[in-house]
Design a protein around this ligand. Structure first.
Ligand code: ADP
Length: 413
């Protein structure tokens, strides 16, 4: 079964065509700056990438460009649209409505629209992507896969904020989490790698990149996560501050005369590695400067590692221990130095990094010593494959049972 995975942003549309049974990636690409005169289409499996200026006034036209590219000319991956059995859409915010992936119908679209309140740019863009696909492939089943659904299992003591309860009732202010599809993928893949049942494991999953999040996954169920009502919470990131004393917000607004939007901008775009180092949001550039003796770069580097270390400790306490810590994301997969700093000094907690294994490249592997009580593994994430799998499970079941509803046991948790 071929699944087209669509990840629509406000002015972009990423896609992958995946054969789910063989896990083969048949094609992938990106429509960028959709709606502007500089709209650009990139297509190809890395080595044979093409990059062309193409008119794309909106997401509907971007979908048309993608489908044309997949079915004709030198880029052809399939003979006709009939070879796309289903489409899986990444949705950032499912709010309270979705604790799993679902087949898309008008009711689902209405709820995604309602939840746009919490992620305006992302959810509105996702709906444009869905509408575009519906227009060009009216008979193809579509599935919505939510970044937040993995965290609908959090208990109230983890998702509530200690604010007046009415704010939760009036505005649904609570923790929703983010990066859930990535955490779900690496949790499941780690269990496979360890040849264990996920339901027998206590995992701490760490997605460390430009955006960062850490989750506690207790016997297959997410019980806590570092991102909050928005993806600004939790760890220090590339440009985001993560958790800070909330009193700083009003204090800085007052001192600097900032509007709410300007303060939001400061915390989301001008903080984190970039804000502290004054150099870059990219860890490699910060590291290079730290090596040259730049003290702010070194401080930023140390703060990033310390932030991750603290969440690992927290979540061990939350779950009463941990069997395995899983790392992914640009930093988690690639930076041996950052991993060394995060795990330094954790021997007394049964966590021992193996220096040689740690240095051995970015592939999927175990990097703890044989004696370490807690395993540490690297799993390159694959959110698109996870979306394709969910889509397959729902659509396959739909076809098999000839019903609109589906069997939750077919899902992963
Ligand atoms: P995003 O959250 O935008 O998806 P990524 O997961 O791609 O980000 O991670 C980007 C981060 O990964 C950058 O800070 C980059 O410096 C870092 N990174 C990528 N490769 C390496 C590497 N080989 N060594 C150290 N850091 C790396």
């Amino acid at each position: 079964m071929n699944v087209l995975v669509i990840n629509a942003g406000s002015s972009s549309l990423k896609y992958q065509l995946i054969n789910v049974e063989t896990q083969e990636l048949l094609a992938k690409g990106l429509c960028d700056r959709v709606g502007s005169d500089e709209a650009m289409h990139k297509h190809g499996l890395d080595s044979d990438e093409i990059c062309i200026h193409t008119q794309m006034a909106d997401h509907d036209q971007a979908v048309a460009v993608v489908l044309e590219t997949l079915t004709s000319g030198p880029t052809k991956a399939i003979d006709s649209l009939e070879e796309i059995d289903a489409v899986g859409h990444r949705i950032v915010q499912g709010g309270k409505y979705f604790d799993r992936s679902v087949i898309i119908d008008e009711d689902v679209i209405a709820k995604i629209d309602e939840m746009a309140e919490l992620a305006p740019l992302h959810n509105k863009a996702a709906i444009m992507g869905i509408r575009g696909c519906q227009h060009h492939m009216p008979d193809t089943p579509m599935v919505a896969v939510f970044d937040t659904s993995f965290y609908q299992s959090l208990p109230p003591k983890a998702y509530m904020y200690p604010l007046p309860y009415e704010l939760y009732e009036k505005y649904a202010i609570r923790k929703y989490g983010a990066h859930g599809t990535s955490h779900r993928y690496i949790a499941e893949r780690a269990a496979d790698l360890l040849e264990e049942d996920l339901r027998d494991l206590k995992l701490i999953t760490c997605h460390l990149g430009n955006g960062c999040s850490i989750s506690a996954v207790d016997h297959g169920i997410a019980v806590d996560t570092s991102m909050g009502m928005t993806p600004l919470d939790g760890l220090m990131m590339g440009t985001r501050c993560g958790s800070i004393d909330p009193a700083i917000v009003t204090y800085v607004m007052d001192k600097e005369g900032l509007s709410p939007q300007e303060m939001d901008d400061l915390m989301n775009k001008r903080s984190g590695l970039l804000g502290v180092s004054g150099i870059s949001n990219d860890l490699r550039s910060v590291d290079e400067e730290a090596d040259r003796g730049n003290e702010r770069a070194l401080l930023a580097y140390e703060m990033y590692s310390n932030s991750a270390k603290k969440y690992i400790g927290q979540y061990m306490a939350v779950m009463g221990g941990v069997d395995c810590i899983v790392l992914t994301g640009g930093v988690g997969e690639n930076s041996a130095k950052m991993r060394r700093m995060i795990f330094a000094g954790l021997q007394t907690m049964g966590i021992v990094l193996d220096n040689e294994r740690n240095m051995a490249g970015p592939r999927e592997r175990e990097i703890s010593t044989d004696e370490s009580e807690v395993l540490i593994v690297i799993i390159p994430t694959d959110e698109e494959l996870m979306i394709a799998r969910d889509t397959y499970e729902l659509v396959h079941d739909l076809i098999d049972s000839d019903e609109v509803d589906y069997n939750p046991d077919m899902l992963l948790f």
